[in-house]
Design a protein around this ligand. Structure first.
Ligand code: URA
Length: 277
């Protein structure tokens, strides 16, 4: 049988979640283990002495704790804050996100997935992360869960002219894994600025990761959905009414929960139909 072309093999690896190459030639670790077992026992080196507790710098009151990964994250987050703060329109923010190189997800993604729909709409959804179809098209929620989202919104008379949609990260995690806390942290300054600039009347985080990130809460989506929360940043003149609900991908897997999502949607429409903000 002919070997598949290299590009096809690489695409398969990328889709399966391989996002790093360690070396050019494979290592037979079974052979290494066998070799080690047959070698005469070497004198064991003593483990390195532990650093005495008093050598470890301690955060003092008022000092920020050391960021994870030796400051790499804080550098990415700092760069994101600076770029995001400079954006004064959604178009400028999109350009800033596209120029941002500090989120590792960008390395394996095909496209930056910024947003879709109407940035002036009163209703804004924030999902988790682009999937394969979103990565191909460079638009959020265009795959199976996007089609369900559109159908759900149609039932309350909304289409993408009447809502705006984005995600908490702008690039597809390889193999559709969950985005890490570092990746979410690097994108968050843009997401916050995005909400400030779009200034929706109602904000809807879709699923647990988006709800926890935007509401700063630890509970799961089952607890967070179905009631009103306030979302605000230092630059907002007033908080945004926020109602989290189930992610459409979850509803595709667990259709029994569509009833609760339907209730959330009716509540969202009631809020939008209510007295003007
Ligand atoms: N799931 C998400 O959270 N976002 C998308 O854009 C697509 C699927």
């Amino acid at each position: 049988m002919a070997n598949p072309p290299t590009a096809e093999i690489l695409r398969f690896h990328l889709e399966a979640g391989v996002d790093e190459t360690i070396g050019e030639s494979p290592i037979d670790r079974f052979a290494l283990a066998r070799q080690a077992a047959s070698e005469p026992a070497r004198e064991k080196r003593p483990p390195p002495a532990r650093r005495a507790a008093r050598d470890v710098p301690q955060a003092t009151a008022g000092e920020a704790p050391a960021p994870p990964n030796g400051g790499r994250v804080s550098q990415a987050v700092q760069a994101a804050w600076t770029l995001a703060a400079e954006a004064n329109s959604v178009a400028e923010l999109k350009a800033a996100v596209e120029s941002f190189e500090e989120c590792g997800l960008k390395k394996t993604a095909t496209n930056t997935v910024f947003a879709d729909g109407n940035p002036e709409a009163r209703l804004m959804f924030v999902g988790e992360a682009p999937g394969a179809e979103e990565d191909r098209q460079g638009l959020p929620f265009v795959g199976p869960s996007g089609r369900l989202l559109d159908r759900m919104l149609e039932t309350i008379g909304y289409d993408r002219e009447k809502f705006y949609v984005t995600n908490i990260v702008f690039w597809r995690p390889p193999g559709n894994r969950n985005p890490t806390t570092d990746e979410i942290a690097a994108c968050l300054p843009f997401v916050e600025r995005h909400i400030e600039l779009a200034a929706p009347d109602v904000l809807v985080p879709l699923g647990g990761p988006a709800a926890k990130t935007l509401l700063g809460r630890a509970e799961g989506i089952t607890r967070l959905r179905g009631s009103w929360h306030s979302y605000s940043t230092a630059h907002m003149s007033a908080p945004v009414d926020t109602m989290a609900t189930f992610h459409p991908a979850y509803l595709l897997r667990s259709p029994a929960n569509k009833r609760q999502a339907w209730r959330d949607l009716l509540e969202i429409r009631r809020k939008l139909d209510g007295p003007a903000h």
